[in-house]
Design a protein around this ligand. Structure first.
Ligand code: IVH
Length: 679
């Protein structure tokens, strides 16, 4: 008997040890490939291979939850949706930069520097000015522990969980420095930005004006899963220890950051003087288009930290650095025609056909006009001369009419779909006109592209050229048909071979494992984007529960109002969609959602807040309780575990006393969350 137990124990121990070393090995491999892919932009394995390794690690960790560590690559997306962000003060202010808008202003800056440094020699570091938002990432004992947005420069928001999803931000760094801070820019690449806006168009959501807003919006969403799907990047440009530069020269800091595994922009130059800075500026003005992201200028910094100190700061900005901006890229041309494109929801988008013109090194021949209202707002007619601008968009926009054409001709939305001839309808209160034929091939193609896209069902290889063929040859008549494709159907297609067909089928197969929120957003229900999909899945737990819910019940999910609820309700009452859902169920997609419980010291405990707490605002207290796994309720009941009472606590306190519920203060709360030692 004793021996049996001992052997069982031994075996268990051995399994754990094996799992531990396997987990460690997988993590090491994944980290290496993340670094190659996200930091060096030089992947050595395919996305699918990476996903496979990741899944393996996830499985092992699920079987051995005690072996999960916060720096594991699986922990980039873990957190639950949250209520708000805690405000945190920066170690030293994150100030902004003064701008130089032309060469003259840049020369003025240089003259001032020369004067203030009293004739001593100095060098500049010229970097690209990425158009994003700045963020501070804190590391302790080699682990990423916290990220704070710039905010107003003094106080920012704690966005740790969201920042964790940025793959180019290392979760651990072995540089032997006990505590350090890295500041840099969070950006979204142009392509990701385009994709996001296209998706938002389809959902009837407002567009992000530029990649910067999109990046800022993405780091501030409440669900880390959404931040993860937005594919942000972090470029490091300051290394601080105790709020001070870590090296005597800025250039050295950048090199150190690079060595530590951070993504540091390779397009930087150590310049002996102003002329070299101007060269760098001109060079990148011409080469901006080569970059996958937007830049709005260059940043010029004095290299020597001693000299930086000598120059000091004004109230707003350092005197040792300046942003040297590029002019907006605009051009004038003629609108030769207006064409109409049909999207996934049947929305018709007018697109201006332009007389080709060069804007910032790229020849532009089309510009989106979004919808009829936009055309009206611009007062645009066919034949007019217009000013177009390229900001983040690959597709440029029309800024204004510069001179009316003669002749000119007003645009009218067609009454029938240019693709299928179906009827076009613009409903009350809607900006978009839509083709109402649900079998319209244009709509089907768009739905497939949406379904297969990254961040939705992630079917790599299902691009536009292939989807055109699949629909035109009648191989895919509905989304369900994607799961019925066979190698013999695929191989004869253009630009398809045995190998790519097999790969595609494997990707399709793998998509079946994606969680319910993905499936929900893949369905293309109007107003149900990534965020709403997550909230719905969390609230209802299964697709069937969502499909069965009436409009009122649907509104119980967070952030689902009458309009969204109505759209969901209607979707699941449409026979075509019921058929689609059943088909996807048969194909084996995930219809259930495990509501993830966050572990923490307050797991399973419900709190009620009342009165004014000495240091925390109500939002902050709530965020901390939730971060520790607890729940915050609005009113006191038998189910309440603790009432946190501050000054001027009212009836909730009385009720808690009456029910005999534990009453604690802020200090005790912080002891419970583990943020403060008990006194
Ligand atoms: S240095 C006090 N370096 O531009 C130093 N900023 O207009 C301030 N930015 O708030 C930042 N690329 O968001 C620095 N290589 C770079 C940058 C950069 C983009 C942004 C940053 C900053 C803004 C100032």
């Amino acid at each position: 008997m004793f021996l049996k137990v001992a052997i069982a124990l031994y075996n268990k121990q051995r399994m754990i040890t094996d799992a531990k070393s396997e987990i460690e090995a997988l993590r090491k491999t994944l980290r290496h490939h993340e670094y190659l892919y996200y930091v060096l932009d030089k992947p050595e394995i395919t996305d699918a291979e990476y996903d496979q390794l990741m899944r393996k690690l996830q499985e092992l960790e699920a079987a051995h939850p005690e072996l999960i560590t916060p720096d594991s690559p699986t922990q980039r997306v873990g957190g639950k949706p949250r209520e708000g962000f805690v405000k945190v003060q920066h170690s030293t202010p994150m100030l902004s930069l003064d701008n130089a808008l032309n060469e003259g202003e840049m020369r003025d800056f240089d003259r001032r520097v020369r004067q203030l440094l009293g004739g001593a020699p100095y060098r500049y570091v010229a970097e690209l000015k990425l158009d994003g938002l700045s963020m501070a990432a804190h590391y302790r004992e080699g682990l990423f522990v916290r990220a704070i947005t710039r905010g107003d420069g003094i106080v920012g928001e704690d966005v740790t969980e969201n920042a964790r999803t940025i793959r180019s931000l290392p979760l651990r760094v072995s540089n032997g420095i006990p505590e350090f801070e890295v500041r840099g820019e969070v950006i979204m690449n142009r392509q990701a930005f385009e994709r996001l806006n296209a998706e938002r168009d389809q959902l009837g959501l407002s567009r992000f004006a530029n990649p910067r807003n999109a990046a800022a919006g993405s780091i501030r969403v409440l669900e880390p899963q959404i931040t993860a799907s937005r594919r942000l990047h972090f470029y490091a440009y300051f290394l601080l220890i105790n709020g001070e530069p870590a090296h005597e020269s800025h250039w050295e800091s950048l090199e150190a950051l690079n060595r530590f595994g951070f993504k540091v922009n390779p397009h930087r130059r150590l310049c002996a003087g102003l002329e070299e800075v101007l060269d760098f500026y001109r060079e990148w003005e011409g080469r901006r288009e080569e970059l996958p992201y937007e830049i709005d200028g260059i940043v010029v910094k004095i290299d020597s930290v001693a000299q930086q100190r000598q120059l000091g700061w004004t109230a707003k900005a350092p005197r040792w650095a300046i942003a040297f901006k590029y002019a907006a890229r605009q051009a004038e041309t003629v609108v030769e025609g207006i064409e109409v494109q049909v999207g996934r929801t049947g929305a018709l988008t007018p697109v201006a056909r332009l007389r080709p013109v060069e804007v910032g090194g790229v020849t532009v021949s089309r510009a989106t006009l979004h919808n009829e209202d936009e055309i009206e707002r611009l007062g645009l007619e066919i034949g007019d001369s217009v000013i177009i601008e390229r900001s983040g968009d690959v597709i440029p926009k029309v800024v204004r009419v510069s001179s009316p054409g003669s002749p000119r001709q007003p645009f009218r939305m067609p009454s029938h779909c240019p693709v299928c001839g179906g009827k076009v309808v613009r409903e009350e209160g809607e900006v978009a006109s839509r083709c109402i034929n649900t079998n319209c091939p244009a709509r089907l193609k768009e739905s497939i592209l949406h379904f297969a896209s990254r961040g939705v069902m992630d079917i790599d290889g299902m691009g536009e050229a292939l989807v055109d063929q699949l629909v035109d040859r009648g191989l895919v008549k509905s989304l369900v048909d994607i799961y019925k494709l066979t190698a013999s159907q695929l191989i004869p297609l253009e630009r398809m071979g045995k190998k790519s067909a097999e790969k595609l089928l494997a990707n399709i197969e793998r998509s079946k494992q994606l969680p319910l929120p993905r499936v929900l957003s893949a369905l293309g229900i109007r107003f149900v984007g990534e965020r709403t999909a997550v909230l719905l899945a969390e609230a209802f737990g299964s697709l069937d529960a969502i499909a069965a819910a009436d409009v009122e019940t649907l509104q119980r999910a967070e952030e689902v109002g009458p309009k969204v609820a109505q759209s969901i309700y209607q979707f699941f009452r449409e026979p075509r969609n019921i058929e689609l859902v059943e088909g996807l169920r048969k194909a084996g997609l995930k219809f259930e959602h495990k509501v993830r419980k966050k572990k923490g010291p307050l797991q399973g405990l419900t709190f009620v807040l009342t009165g004014t707490l000495p240091t925390l605002t109500r939002e902050e207290a709530k965020a901390r309780i939730e971060a520790a796994g607890g729940k915050v309720a609005g009113s006191v009941s038998k189910l309440t575990d603790y009432v946190v009472a501050g000054e001027k606590a009212g009836s909730k306190l009385d009720k808690a006393k009456a029910l005999g519920i534990k009453i604690i203060d802020e200090q005790q709360l912080l002891e419970l969350t583990g943020e403060r030692a008990s006194s």
